[in-house]
Design a protein around this ligand. Structure first.
Ligand SMILES: [Zn+2]
Ligand SMILES: [Zn+2]
Length: 139
């Protein structure tokens, strides 16, 4: 445990919100934390099909995790929302969408690209989306 920022377990992160730690919340946050790509509602639903987490709960928990800052929501050009756990990628990062399989990945970029905004404009959020072929599809 010598790492400066030890990643909290999903249960610890949930407990830190002060909200109730439910089985569905733990299951969904664990899933997002373990996934190496961003997951859509459907991905989560399918992954938890055996745990009897229904569709409404999946939607509600994903939105709740996002509002609590434990997950972030990525909208792609098809208007499909995908979710990824925060913690792995707290820093500004890009999203990479594979044009072959459609998967979306969080890609750490280290910093946000410098933008020259017109006078008086204040940026609050920068989204950087990259499209291409993921390692699996390229290989
Ligand atoms: Zn791919
Ligand atoms: Zn991300």
């Amino acid at each position: 445990m010598s790492k400066p920022i030890a990643p909290a377990s999903p249960t610890e992160s949930l407990r830190a919100t002060g909200a109730r730690v439910t089985g569905a919340r733990v299951a969904i946050l664990s899933l997002l934390t373990q996934a190496n790509r961003a997951l859509s509602h459907r991905d989560v639903e399918q992954a938890l099909a055996n745990e009897h987490v229904d569709r409404v709960t999946v939607y509600r928990v994903l939105d709740w995790l996002t509002s609590e800052g434990l997950a972030h929501k990525i909208a792609d050009d098809e208007r499909v929302f995908r979710f990824s756990a925060v913690g792995k990628h707290d820093d500004p990062h890009a999203h990479f969408k594979c044009r072959t399989c459609g998967d979306v990945f969080c890609v750490p970029t280290g910093s946000t690209p410098k933008l020259n905004l017109p006078a008086g404009f204040k940026s609050e959020e920068v989204e950087l989306n990259i499209k291409g072929t993921c390692a699996r599809c390229a290989g």
